[in-house]
Design a binder for this molecule. Structure first.
Ligand SMILES: CCCCC/C=C\CCCC/C=C/C(=O)SCCNC(=O)CCNC(=O)[C@H](O)C(C)(C)COP(=O)(O)OP(=O)(O)OC[C@H]1O[C@@H](n2cnc3c(N)ncnc32)[C@H](O)[C@@H]1OP(=O)(O)O
Length: 302
């Protein structure tokens, strides 16, 4: 089986060059994330970046409506945004949030994992791995301002950040709910959760596919702060001040010290993990389970 093109190859084939704020904000000079004037937003069709270089950070807004499902194109755009900010010395931090009302992310895009061929599954999984590795190991401070429901792969993305602020709305549950779909959270999803909430809580949460409402997410340590919905971004910004006050090299090396062993587990077995995923997701029973789940999502509307 041909294993996946690299993410950079992907990038070339899928993405237009950087574009200035597509959609409603096109061509406008918007206030920067931290309130600075005259700094242009930039981004790609599905990721809006509001830079505040004077304050050293940017707000990265996910906007892949309706539910910010992590399609291959969206993953690629998130990676490019991250890379662009990482390679600019003006930026020391990112606040990751959603531009889709009420939804942070519905997780991996089920359409990428259903009814496609093995080459596609391999390419998709490589991009999912890459997103996790890059966010998890980023030298930037990454804070997620979680302003909506946040399932499975979306939750993994938030767990890869250094700090999580969640909006206090009982509808905004978050967790790794893979088992509810009849699928399994891979070992590196599991490791990321264990590193955040501890083994016992992770064991129970993963088996039961628990989605934690804000108070419980805070109680188990899945998020660090719960705030009223209209204060999620400002709370993330306030928190950032503490992280940015630490000498960068010391903080970055400490982050690497804490996270590298977990990332290395995947890096050592990356191709095997892709092959496992392709084998698993191609099974008739798994494909059927995903189709049933998608059908249920559609039916709940009627
Ligand atoms: C042994 C070796 C093992 C190796 C590894 C093997 C296994 C694989 C691991 C895979 C890991 C998977 C991770 C994932 O992330 S799976 C995705 C999990 N996500 C969910 O369960 C969330 C599903 N969505 C929802 O619950 C809801 O959509 C919602 C997020 C709560 C939002 O609700 P609402 O606002 O009411 O919107 P709708 O439900 O009406 O959805 C709007 C349309 O979006 C479609 N949709 C929703 N989620 C997804 C998705 N994840 N992917 C693709 N499409 C999605 C939904 O069907 C609607 O479409 P429609 O408008 O065409 O009907």
């Amino acid at each position: 089986m041909a294993l996946a093109v690299g993410i950079r190859g992907l990038t070339r084939s899928l993405l237009r060059p950087w574009v200035r704020v597509p959609g409603p904000a096109r061509g406008r000079t918007e206030p920067a994330a931290g309130g600075g004037d005259g700094v242009r937003c930039f981004g790609s069709p599905r990721v809006l970046v509001e830079p505040d270089p004077a304050a050293g950070f940017a707000v990265m807004k996910m906007r892949n409506p309706p539910v910010n499902s992590l399609s291959l194109e969206f993953l690629t755009e998130l990676l490019i945004s991250l890379e662009k900010l990482e390679s600019d010395k003006a930026f020391h931090a990112i606040i990751l949030t959603s531009d889709c009302p009420g939804i942070f992310s519905a997780g991996l895009d089920l359409m990428e994992m259903c009814g496609r061929d093995p080459t596609h599954y391999a390419e998709y999984w490589k991009a999912v791995q890459e997103l996790w590795l890059r966010f998890y190991l980023s030298h930037l401070v990454v804070i997620s301002a979680i302003n909506g429901v946040n399932a499975a792969g979306g939750c993994l993305l938030a767990l890869s950040c250094d700090y999580r602020v969640l909006a206090d709305n009982p509808k905004y549950a978050m967790g790794l709910n893979e088992t509810l779909l009849g699928i399994i959270a891979p070992f590196w999803f599991k490791d990321t959760l264990v590193n955040t909430v501890g083994h016992r809580t992770a064991e129970r949460a993963l088996q039961l596919g628990l989605l934690f409402p804000p108070a419980e997410a805070l109680q188990v340590g899945m998020v660090d702060k719960v705030v009223p919905e209209d204060q999620v971004l400002s709370a993330a910004r306030s928190e950032l001040a503490q992280w940015l006050a630490i000498p960068g090299h010391a903080r970055q090396l400490t982050k690497s010290l804490m996270r590298k062993p977990t990332a290395d587990r995947l890096l050592k077995e990356r191709d095997a993990d892709i092959q496992n995923f392709v084998r698993f997701i191609s099974r008739d029973a798994i494909q059927k389970a995903l189709r049933v789940y998608l059908e249920k999502l559609k039916q709940k509307k009627t």
